[in-house]
Write a protein that binds this ligand. Structure first.
Ligand SMILES: NC(=O)c1ccc[n+]([C@@H]2O[C@H](COP(=O)([O-])OP(=O)(O)OC[C@H]3O[C@@H](n4cnc5c(N)ncnc54)[C@H](OP(=O)(O)O)[C@@H]3O)[C@@H](O)[C@H]2O)c1
Length: 348
């Protein structure tokens, strides 16, 4: 379990006192920092750049890092983590998440995949291990949204539970402290909550001012699950292949820009502040020190006013940016089918 750092422990290490960073309490009683650094460099940041940002982000005051095997940089981040711990930051003061990739679902590959992430990250245990997507699927990294796998399958609950049983075993064996889901919907989560022996502590989901997912957000919180929000600033650096003409940019929204002007910060910082104040755990990505420092300063700084929080609650546009098209499993479907928009799991 993550132990709270004391002032004397951080003072040599960090620009912003990590004890000032809000924390979220999981149902286990463990505390996770209410902001993490994303580590998906996509096409624009190399593994070494991301690892350098991780190492420096600790100096800035971050303690929470959102990793995944598919990001292709866990070995480099592992070196950074080794330096961080050798430099005096205690392992128990870090919060490290990793994720099982889609082609490793099932009974055989879960434990070896987790062990590989642990070896790459040079850790004895993970604080959190997520099933990255509910769909088993292989698609090559960086493929176009029109790419389809001939082996793609819909969500089959019995199959997902085979994976989840192995994920639960990781907790039993001490390799992982908490487990969670990602990219889930309410009907899928209802089934998992019904059948899980160890229920998800966290659900990672897209969350930003233009995609607030109020129903799912309330559902997970009312079930004692912490919502972790990805693309918290609207993923402005995502590749062209992941964009559609309907996408909007929360950082360009007049409400966000007006608040940013009042505070004298970048609109991204307003998105991050809003996220923490609303109760989710944003994991903004950046390799630019001014940006990741600004995001953390925003979180420990003056809160948004109640009026501003209300104004932001009204700019939701239900604009999902990460649509997941590569998971579609048959001809003639639209990406909405992946997200159970009728409230029922989309039939196979
Ligand atoms: N579970 C999942 O399926 C899933 C899916 C997607 C993402 N994720 C996780 O979520 C993380 C974040 O998502 P994301 O990277 O797509 O989107 P994001 O965090 O919304 O956006 C990242 C972009 O915002 C810019 N940025 C961040 N802070 C800024 C600031 N203060 N001022 C100006 N620009 C700023 C960064 O540019 P600079 O580098 O130039 O600062 C970067 O291009 C990922 O890295 C990954 O860890 C998980």
């Amino acid at each position: 379990m993550m132990k709270t750092e004391t002032a004397s422990e951080f003072s040599i290490k960090s620009q912003i006192d990590p004890t000032r960073v809000p924390q979220r309490v999981l149902y286990s009683g463990a505390r996770m920092p209410a902001i993490g650094l994303g580590t998906f460099g996509s096409d624009h940041a190399s593994a070494d750049d991301v690892a350098a940002a991780v190492e420096d982000a600790v100096v800035v005051g971050y303690r929470h890092f959102d990793c995944a095997s598919v990001y292709g940089n866990e070995p480099e981040i592992g070196q950074a983590l080794e330096h961080i711990v050798a430099g005096g930051v205690k392992r128990e003061h870090l919060w490290i998440t990793s994720k099982l990739w889609n082609d490793k679902h099932g009974e055989k590959d879960v434990i070896p995949s987790c062990r590989q992430s642990l070896a790459d990250l040079r850790l004895d245990y993970l604080d959190l291990y997520l099933v990255h997507w509910p769909f088993p699927n292989f698609h090559p990294p960086g493929c176009d949204v029109t790419s389809r796998s001939k082996d793609a399958k819909p969500y089959i609950h019995a199959d997902f539970m085979k994976t989840w049983r192995k994920i639960e075993e990781l907790v039993d064996s001490g390799l992982v402290r908490h487990i969670g889901t990602s990219n889930m919907t309410i009907p899928k989560l209802r089934l998992v909550l019904h059948d899980a022996r160890i229920k998800p502590a966290v659900n990672e989901m897209e969350l930003h001012p233009h995609f607030q997912q109020p129903e799912l957000f309330e559902f997970v919180r009312s079930n004692g699950i912490v919502p972790v929000g990805y693309c918290p600033v609207g993923s402005p650096g995502r590749p062209e292949r992941d964009r559609t003409s309907e996408d909007t940019a929360p950082t360009e929204d007049p409400v966000i820009v007006k608040i940013a002007n009042r505070l004298g910060v970048h609109p991204a910082v307003v998105c991050v502040k809003w996220a923490v104040q609303r109760g989710q755990v944003p994991i903004p990505f950046s390799t630019n020190r001014n940006h990741y420092l600004g995001n953390l300063e925003g979180v420990v700084g003056e809160p948004l006013t109640e009026f501003e929080m209300r104004e932001i609650s009204r700019i939701d546009r239900n604009c999902r940016l990460i649509k997941g098209q590569v998971f579609l499993w048959k001809e003639g479907q639209s990406w909405e089918d992946l997200w159970d928009v009728t409230g029922e799991i989309t039939p196979a």
